[in-house]
Ligand binder design. Structure first.
Ligand SMILES: Cc1ncc(COP(=O)(O)O)c(C=O)c1O
Length: 387
């Protein structure tokens, strides 16, 4: 051994322990739990991304995605990347430099869309509502009268606030004004009613780690006829190569032209998760999410806690509950995780320190999880060290 290198740390092979994660009850804003069938799907033997068996799985995934999105859109595909990649693919591909854009902001993720739209050189205007409230169609109409836009973007299910945004009338107003509508459905797809064709939504993106019931890493996207037309009429190339929907559509279209090496195992997981959505049936699944949310809302009320979002606008997949006065936010979440293995989320942005965010999405949305959390909260809030 060379004495000069024997003490050089970068030449010492690290001897680290293998992965040994304790199972968690994931009741936060995502990722949520995945069914063992989905975990098992990821252990299927790896295939080449142009293997005929994988190409057949891509066809099946697209068919299942159309079912989950309730659409006939040809262009329905999973982007390789998390929900933010879906957001950026939609924003970058549909907005051309100089396009007037209207972004509706009533929470953290609306703000992220506006930031992306600016970076892709849209002329962005925003309308805002307090976090926890939703937009009315009139507000969007007025904003478009004040300044017409070519693209409008809005979040269906604001994970930062727990508010569910009605979309149908807004889509109509946007189309009357000659614009197209981009919708963030990251926390709604597979858990909350979403009708892409029925509500005439033009471009909708989501993520796999929430109500869809798969691990994070893919972003289902669907693009309708108006979105396709705007994409093909672009005068300038999309300013990101990886997330350019106009070239990605050739990989996911009949040509199957190589674009990137798809994350095969994650696509197996998504396929199985989507199969489970189809087996359960969308309406039954939406009903399950609502029923378990109602159980949670009733239980929190019994504990004397109040919900941040008014009844009627509450999102079944994500609940924001106000942290009682004098209770230490971080101490309670630490005890939930340490003593019960339960993860819930803290507040984001203006709601930081004011609310907890409880997700009941996909496989996490089960009555036994609700009861476990309520029981744990009851005990923790009774003991003085939580205060
Ligand atoms: C509404 C919404 N949009 C976008 C995102 C971004 O998704 P990701 O964190 O998977 O990139 C999230 C993530 O929580 C979200 O809740």
């Amino acid at each position: 051994m060379n004495p000069e290198t024997s003490h050089d740390p970068k030449r010492q092979a690290p001897a680290l322990p293998p992965i040994a994660m304790s199972p968690r009850v994931l009741l936060g804003p995502g990722p949520d739990m995945v069914h063992p069938r989905v975990t098992a799907a990821m252990t299927a033997p790896l295939l080449g991304h142009l293997d005929p068996d994988f190409l057949a799985l891509m066809d099946g995934t697209q068919q299942l995605l159309r079912y989950a999105f309730r659409t006939d859109n040809r262009l329905s595909l999973p982007i390789s990347g998390t929900g933010s990649a879906g957001m950026e693919a939609a924003v970058a591909s549909l907005i051309e430099p100089g396009d007037p854009v209207l972004v509706c902001i009533n929470g953290y993720f609306g703000g992220r869309i506006a930031e992306m739209a600016r970076r892709h050189r849209g002329e962005v205007e925003t309308i805002e509502r307090p976090w926890g409230e939703v937009f009315g169609a009139d507000e969007v109409r007025d904003a478009l009268r004040r300044r017409p836009a070519r693209v409008v973007a809005i979040v269906h299910a604001e994970t930062s606030t727990g508010a569910l945004q009605p979309l149908q009338e807004i889509a109509q107003v946007v189309h009357e004004a000659g614009a197209i509508l981009i919708v963030d459905a990251v926390t709604s797809l597979g858990g909350v009613p979403l009708e892409v064709d029925g509500w005439d939504l033009d471009v909708v993106y989501s993520g796999t780690q929430k109500c869809v019931g798969a691990p994070p890493g893919l972003a289902p996207v669907t693009i309708g006829p108006r979105g396709e037309a705007k994409l093909s009429a672009r005068r300038t190339p999309v300013d990101t190569w990886y997330l350019d929907l106009s070239i990605l559509q050739r990989y996911w279209g009949p040509e199957r032209t190589y674009h990137h090496t798809a994350p095969i195992s994650l696509n197996f997981a998504l396929y199985e998760a989507l199969r489970m959505i189809a087996e359960e049936g969308l309406e039954v699944r939406w009903e399950r999410h609502l029923r378990n949310a109602q159980l949670l809302w009733d239980g929190l009320a019994e504990l004397g806690m109040s919900l941040h979002v008014a009844a009627g606008h509450r999102l079944p997949s994500l609940t924001t509950v106000r942290i009682p006065d004098g209770v230490d936010d971080a101490a309670v979440r630490t005890r939930l995780l340490r003593d019960y293995g339960i993860e819930i989320g803290g507040g984001l942005g203006t709601l930081k320190g004011r609310v907890w965010r409880i997700g009941l999405m996909g496989y996490s949305s089960r009555p036994e999880n609700v009861e476990l959390l309520l029981g744990a909260l009851r005990r923790i809030l009774r003991t003085p060290e939580a205060a």
